[in-house]
Design a protein around this ligand. Structure first.
Ligand SMILES: *Cc1c(COP(=O)(O)O)cnc(C)c1O
Length: 355
């Protein structure tokens, strides 16, 4: 058990009155969690303090060599109290990300305790309008100073919290996807399975390019052959072809999403065969042309399910399910959000009360 010291903020911020326009990651709560690590001492001084800026030396390691990892999960206001969705999976993934980036491990129970304690303290910040939640952003940075290239000897773990809006203010709207066949976000041996800022830094350019062309996101292909589908934007991706479901295997290049894992379980319970196997973009485009590509959707904590309406590769554009959300995508969205907002007893073991 962490002995978390609490310093109450003296000025309470005004909470947003209109919960229909919260957006994502724009507003932050009154407090944040901090814990420091030093080689030799280990993790120490867990504390919750007023939310505010950090003061760091310009030579701090994270600014130069990007030793940084993060997580993303939500606290939901439900009929059964405030709940987190599978936070143990985030705790575990944070450890795997830390190992990849030569950063110290945080015991899972400490990660969970920190999340729960912060949410409990900020519970009035958990919004209640339909589809809204309190987004938690745990992250760790290397805080050692000096420009030598080596693992830092000190780190800071923090959690900030942000009330976030319903992702689909106007319903589940299918997105238009541009297949990125030039740049890659990951390759075997690299850090694709780690949730680290560096993976995002290298992906931003492609996203901007797709937007310039009128698309919402990019579809990433594998880093070796530029042939097999891997992820969409910062989501995992699923394809329904001839009644069968395909998603890229988590063999190191793909981020193992908590939503991905949950959707696979739900699909198998419904009797679907889910292939966690390589699927080439050519097969996807051919299935699209032949009318066998029934549904495509992305999965992630922010959007839960993001239906894909249009795929563009080179000069070829295919429209999926007439650009409308498919029945399976909708069913997955409904089931997952029912579990997250406590509207069903199905998979109640996936939720964790903060009390
Ligand atoms: C976070 C993330 C996902 C989705 O993971 P969830 O746990 O479902 O939110 C997928 N791909 C990338 C690259 C991510 O960073």
């Amino acid at each position: 058990m962490l002995d978390i010291q609490i310093t109450q903020s003296t000025e309470k911020k005004e909470k947003p009155k209109d919960e229909s326009h919260l957006g994502f990651g724009q507003i932050f709560t009154d407090h944040m969690f901090i814990m420091d690590y030093d080689k030799g001492t280990g993790w120490h001084d867990p504390r919750i303090v007023p939310y505010g800026p950090l003061e760091l030396d310009p030579s701090t390691a994270v600014f130069h060599y990007a030793q940084e990892i993060f997580e993303g999960l939500k606290a939901y206001r439900t009929g059964k109290g405030i709940q987190l969705f599978r936070p143990d999976c985030n705790a575990e993934r944070f450890q795997n990300s830390a190992k990849r980036m030569s950063m110290p491990i945080i015991p899972k129970e400490d990660f969970l305790q920190a999340c729960c304690t912060l949410v409990r303290m900020e519970k009035d910040w958990v919004p209640s309008a339909p589809g809204t939640s309190l987004y938690l952003r745990p992250f760790m940075i290397a805080t050692g100073t000096g420009l030598g290239v080596h693992a830092s000897s000190s780190y800071r773990f923090m959690i900030i919290a942000s009330p976030s809006g319903a992702y689909y203010a106007s319903g589940l709207k299918p997105v238009k996807i541009f297949v990125e066949d030039q740049y890659i976000r990951s390759a075997p041996g690299l850090s694709g399975y780690a949730k680290c800022g560096g993976n995002y830094a290298v992906s931003i350019r492609s996203g901007e390019f797709a937007k310039e062309l009128g698309f919402d996101q990019v579809l990433w292909l594998d880093g070796v052959y530029h042939e097999y589908v891997e992820e969409v934007g910062s989501m995992n991706i699923f394809f329904k072809i001839d009644g069968k479901i395909f998603t890229a295997p988590c063999t190191g290049t793909v981020l193992p999403g908590v939503t991905r894992r949950s959707v696979i379980t739900l699909l198998r319970e419904l009797g679907y065969t889910v292939y966690e196997e390589q699927l080439s973009i050519e097969d996807v485009m051919r299935a699209g042309k032949d009318g066998r590509l029934e549904e495509v959707f992305g999965t992630g904590t922010a959007a839960v399910i993001s239906p894909v309406g249009v795929l563009r590769k080179d000069e070829v554009t295919i429209t999926i399910n007439n650009g409308e959300i498919g029945t399976l995508s909708k069913a997955m969205y409904d089931t997952l959000t029912d579990i997250q907002w406590g509207r069903t007893d199905q998979h109640s073991d996936w939720t964790m009360s903060i009390e």
